[in-house]
Design a binder for this molecule. Structure first.
Ligand code: PGA
Length: 247
């Protein structure tokens, strides 16, 4: 089964009305890349971005979502709200959310469930810390992270998700995993999924994230089980992000 390539920008807590408009201008001035593309912007800029991206091939995503429906949860944004303004994607369980905001595997799974219930496409992030890698726990950690989601939403639901493997030690550090290191984990994640349902595993897009740049994207994306990327720092400049999509 050939999987459509997918490249997603994760702007994190960056952007401004002016910078966002310039970014969209820059990206739109080029031919549409052959892959599927999405941008995950901060909540406050989503309505602006929805307007700017109207009629373009670029889809829009959020970087987080509440696992709860509605009510007295000051500062939270629900999946229903994101769906209400036409958002397609949402990043769930990014390592910065897991480590800085205490999101557990259970909360991440509940967020995926809430997102799916409102028709959003979750990007489920998994990844090990440096200490975990050095003590040979990488596969156990990422498998636990993914299995927690599968147990909550069921294997079939993964057809409406993407997975992003992001080694924590590679995020924002300039030190990407080697294509071989990444491929080994991507393959393990696909094999794990195949134990639940081979068909879902074949169609599942597993993105790599962690210091992807124009210079290393092609080699990473050439790996059999790497179906695209989740791009942080290099997605802030539209030229760099475009070059990664073109790769
Ligand atoms: P990076 O971030 O590309 O800046 O390493 C990736 C991510 O955190 O999604």
């Amino acid at each position: 089964m050939s999987r459509q390539r997918l490249v997603i920008a994760n702007w994190k807590m960056n952007g401004s009305i002016k910078a966002n408009a310039a970014w969209v201008d820059g990206f739109a001035s080029k031919n549409s890349p052959a892959c599927e593309v999405a941008v995950c912007a901060p909540f406050v800029y989503l309505p602006q971005m929805a307007e700017l991206l109207k009629g373009s091939c670029v889809e829009l995503g959020a970087q987080n979502v509440s696992h709860l429906e509605s009510g007295a949860f000051t500062g939270e944004v629900s999946a229903a709200m994101l769906a209400d303004i036409g958002i397609q994607w949402v990043i769930v369980g990014h390592s910065e959310r897991r480590t800085l905001y205490g999101e557990t595997n259970e909360i991440v799974a509940a967020k995926v469930k809430a997102a799916l219930a409102h028709g959003l496409k979750p990007v489920i992030c998994v990844g090990e810390s440096l200490e975990q890698r050095e003590s040979s726990q990488t596969l156990r950690i990422v498998e636990e992270q993914l299995v927690a989601v599968i147990r909550e939403v069921g294997i079939e639901a993964l057809k409406r998700c993407a997975v992003a493997y992001e080694p924590v030690w590679a995020i924002g550090t300039g030190k990407s995993a080697t294509p071989q290191e990444a491929q080994a984990v991507h393959r393990a994640l696909r094999e794990l999924t195949a134990r639940f349902c081979p068909e879902t595993a074949r169609g599942l897009r597993i993105l790599y994230g962690g210091s992807v740049k124009p210079a290393n994207a092609a080699e990473l994306f050439a790996q059999e089980d790497i179906d695209g990327g989740l791009i942080g720092g290099a997605a802030l400049k539209s030229e760099d992000f475009y070059a990664i999509c073109a790769a």
